[in-house]
Design a binder for this molecule. Structure first.
Ligand SMILES: Cc1ncc(COP(=O)(O)O)c(C=O)c1O
Length: 386
């Protein structure tokens, strides 16, 4: 049976544990070792054992993770980076040249926006912002020079939903590539390549790692030409995942399916409680039937994930107070770990978007709902809301 065949016949939960995780050929260790090594002995000049020559180009622990990532997203090639932004940077400099144009979403991680606005734009790449949850708005934002449409769904921090299949068709008709940041959903809940995306981006720091103990990023593609160029640029630019970080992400992924089920279950209970709470003016969670993207999310996601945002009566100070009063929800940036986090996007994760089209409401609170007891989480939020 070829790898391709066994991949397509196995369920996600099985691939998460087994893809790329072959027993160590030397010792039989069932978990891939951390190959903490920079270089490899050659049997005569050019005589590589197993194809490894230098760990920026390739490292066996990173290879295990990259094979796993490709299998989970249904892609031909996965690449692991030092951070989500390192992955994004490599992708943008692979797909774009001076004079090109990119469509970016009106809601995205603040660091992604900063990369476009402050770094990539200096290389002569133009960008414009569109509400990607509205396919007509994406079509209207295209120019003859558009090479990339960038989508984050669900989006950070407003939990907007973009119809991946619809936007893929629009992008492809215009000769552009569709990039989907799948960090919030993870491949367990949503597989953008099957819906038409050309490249999937992850901050593996989040749900893939799952334990708030590693920073990493990933790119996965099914396009052989893009894959080849990405492999070249990953080595040429050098922001690769180190062996220990790759190992941590690979370990985290083994429990991704069970974690995402529990994240989604707890988040649904919390969204329901917040919806009925008198001090909450709006709850943003794609699992709620009244959410504008609910139908699309139900179509393209297996469940609705662990991220919930809400707006608080009393404005910015009231929202900050809720964050400060939480006890079980830890006040901190990032998301996707087993422990619940709370934050104020306007002053924390999205401060870099202030004054731009991506500025977030001042009364917004974002939750990364963990996998603790749902009862304990509900009790903590109720006391934080006062
Ligand atoms: C949706 C999303 N994409 C990308 C990133 C960037 O990833 P990293 O922090 O690993 O560089 C983040 C970080 O918060 C994110 O939330």
């Amino acid at each position: 049976m070829t790898d391709e065949q066994s991949r397509s016949e196995r369920a996600f939960e099985t691939l998460a544990i087994h893809a790329g995780n072959t027993a160590d050929p030397l010792t039989g260790a069932v978990v891939p070792p951390i190959y903490q090594v920079s270089t490899y002995k050659q049997d005569g000049v050019g005589g590589l054992r197993g194809g490894y020559e230098y760990s920026r180009s390739a490292n066996p622990t990173r290879t295990a993770l990259e094979e796993n990532l490709a299998a989970l997203e249904g892609g031909r090639r996965g690449l692991a980076f030092a951070s989500g932004l390192a992955a994004e940077d490599c992708l943008l400099r692979t797909l774009l040249s001076p004079g090109d144009h990119v469509v970016i979403p009106n809601d995205a991680y603040g660091g992604t926006f900063r990369l476009f606005a402050k770094v990539v734009s200096r290389w002569g790449v133009e960008w414009s912002v569109a509400d990607t949850s509205d396919p007509a708005a994406v079509r209207a934002a295209l120019t003859p020079r558009t090479k990339v449409v960038w989508v984050e769904t669900p989006s950070n921090p407003l939990l907007g939903i973009t119809d991946i299949a619809a936007v893929a068709e629009i992008a492809h008709t215009a000769g552009a590539k569709l990039v989907v940041d799948n960090t919030f959903a993870s491949p367990y809940l949503q597989q953008p390549i099957a819906l038409g995306a050309d490249v999937v981006v992850h901050s593996t720091t989040k749900y893939m790692g799952g334990h708030s103990d590693v920073v990493g990023g990933a790119l996965i593609t099914n396009d052989a030409g893009i894959a080849e160029e990405l492999v070249f640029h990953q080595n040429a630019m050098g922001a690769v995942a180190g062996p220990f970080d790759a190992w941590l992400v690979l370990r985290g992924i083994k429990t991704l399916a069970v974690r995402m089920d529990r994240h989604s279950e707890n988040a649904t209970r919390i969204a329901d409680m917040l919806t009925a709470h008198p001090k909450v003016t709006q709850v943003l969670y794609p699992g709620l039937p009244e959410h504008a993207g609910h139908e699309t999310a139900a179509k393209q996601m297996k469940a609705f994930g662990g991220m919930v945002s809400f707006r608080v009566e009393g404005g910015e100070e009231a929202a900050v107070e809720v964050c400060n009063r939480a006890r079980l929800f830890t006040l901190g940036e990032s998301l996707g770990g087993v422990e619940s986090l709370i934050e104020h996007p306007g002053r924390m994760t999205h401060a870099s978007a202030a004054g731009s089209a991506l500025e977030v409401p001042a009364d917004l609170v974002r939750l990364s709902v963990g996998i603790e007891s749902g009862d304990d989480l509900l009790a903590d939020l109720k006391q934080a809301l006062g």
